[in-house]
Write a new protein. Structure first.
Length: 247
């Protein structure tokens, strides 16, 4: 494969990965607590190519060097629903699942038939004592900024909010959930965070921005496709010229 075609093909592969990220950001732009993904690019030169003879021009390929999640906070939107909770500051709620704890900033909660605060998927939200939080579903529930759950003026439980020393160790799961790497440090209670009752945190990936980037990537994709076509045409002409000389 010639250098032009190789570089263009590498660029197309990198843009396809970008399209996947952008499509996922757009699909989740209305999901509460969703954190957008971004990518950074680098150049790849094979060790064999680096040792190529003088006067040759080895292909330097564009690759997606790193994928990362933007954990910046989204806008807090009032809902008026007492079971909707938003975090103002760094931190995550803990959702108990059969496979272990998941971490989320999506506070679109509900009460189960037994009065437990749970996610829309049915995962109970963990209190600071490590247990699910159970309230009387027939009575109003108040959640203080510090996470204390109150009913009739009495403390019922405390919602656990944790944070991570290195959020990049978190891996995305379906929805707005994250799982901590098995070899990563355990989370610690979050500091300088408040819970806002009756609000939800919007996704931090704006659909307009993602759509604009999508158009840019598609244009780059088209330009790289043209480069491959040009490279193929040049190779075809070179073969035809060689055939003419030999005839």
């Amino acid at each position: 494969m010639d250098a032009i075609t190789a570089a263009a093909a590498s660029g197309i592969q990198a843009r396809m990965q970008s399209l996947d990220l952008l499509a996922n950001n757009l699909a989740n732009s209305s999901a509460a607590g969703y954190k957008g993904d971004s990518e950074s690019y680098g150049l790849y030169l094979a060790p064999e190519a680096a040792e190529s003879p003088d006067g040759t021009y080895p292909a330097i390929l564009a690759v997606v060097q790193n994928r990362w999640t933007d954990f910046s906070q989204g806008v807090l939107i009032p809902t008026g629903n007492s079971t909707d909770l938003a975090l103002s500051g760094k931190g995550f709620f803990i959702a108990n699942t059969p496979a272990g704890p998941l971490y989320t900033r999506n506070g679109n909660f509900r009460l189960s038939s037994g009065g437990q605060i749970e996610t829309r998927e049915g995962y109970s939200i963990q209190g600071t004592d490590g247990n699910p939080i159970t309230v009387d579903s027939t009575k109003p529930m108040e959640v203080t900024p510090q996470g204390t759950v109150k009913q009739d003026g009495a403390d019922v439980s405390q919602i656990a909010v944790v944070d991570f020393q290195d959020p990049s160790a978190l891996t995305k799961r379906k929805g707005s959930y994250f799982v901590n790497a098995s070899n990563a440090p355990a989370p610690a209670p979050a500091a300088q965070v408040e819970i806002r009752q009756g609000k939800l945190e919007s996704a931090n990936s704006e659909s307009a921005h993602s759509a604009a980037r999508l158009v840019t990537v598609l244009r780059q994709f088209e330009a790289l496709q043209k480069a491959i076509t040009i490279g193929a045409d040049m190779n075809r002409r070179a073969v035809e010229d060689v055939a003419k000389v030999g005839s």
